[in-house]
Design a protein around this ligand. Structure first.
Ligand SMILES: [Zn+2]
Ligand SMILES: [Zn+2]
Length: 166
């Protein structure tokens, strides 16, 4: 399985070791890696990792139950990274996530803020730049993942119901 983050590496060689804490000492080393692994965690519906990688001050505002149900409600199609800034004043990653919820293809473009807490990268918050519904997906139409080069599916021109909608 390809990594959901769109790196074109295998999941086992990319985000999975962080998400599954296997090996346990393996930590992300950049804000971008954390961003990518959080998207992958949504894609594989691992709410615990998403919760755990919020900055401590944000964890009180985000329940694991809410994160888990949002991850499960959506089909996470593709991630596109637009810009990464790492300097003294900011650690940000701007990205667009494409997902399907209630048969609607959506795009969410966000500029996310990251910081290190006790030596580990954490997600603080994000500014939403765009949040659009792109189209309604019929189960018999060609799966929209085929339109996204970074989609982690096989992109074999199958119908949605036989591809990401399975
Ligand atoms: Zn990855
Ligand atoms: Zn698909």
């Amino acid at each position: 399985m390809l990594c959901p983050c769109g790196s074109s590496a295998l999941f086992t060689n990319c985000c999975q070791p962080f998400i599954c804490k296997n090996p346990p000492a393996k930590q992300v080393t950049t804000a971008e890696q954390l961003m990518r692994s959080r998207f992958s965690a949504y894609a594989v519906k691992n709410g615990q990792y998403i919760y755990d990688t919020y900055a401590a001050a944000q964890q009180v505002n985000n329940s694991l139950t809410d994160i888990q149900s949002w991850a499960e409600e959506c089909i996470w199609i593709a991630l596109v990274i637009h810009n990464v800034v790492n300097d003294i004043t900011e650690n940000t990653v701007e990205f667009t996530a494409y997902y399907i919820v209630d048969n609607t293809l959506c795009e969410l473009r966000e500029k996310s803020n990251f910081a290190r807490e006790q030596g580990q990268w954490r997600y603080i918050d994000g500014k939403i730049k765009l949040h659009n519904e792109l189209s309604t997906i019929n189960r018999n139409e060609i799966c929209p993942c085929n339109d996204y080069p970074t989609a982690w599916s096989a992109k074999k021109g199958k119908k949605f119901k036989h591809c990401c909608g399975k």
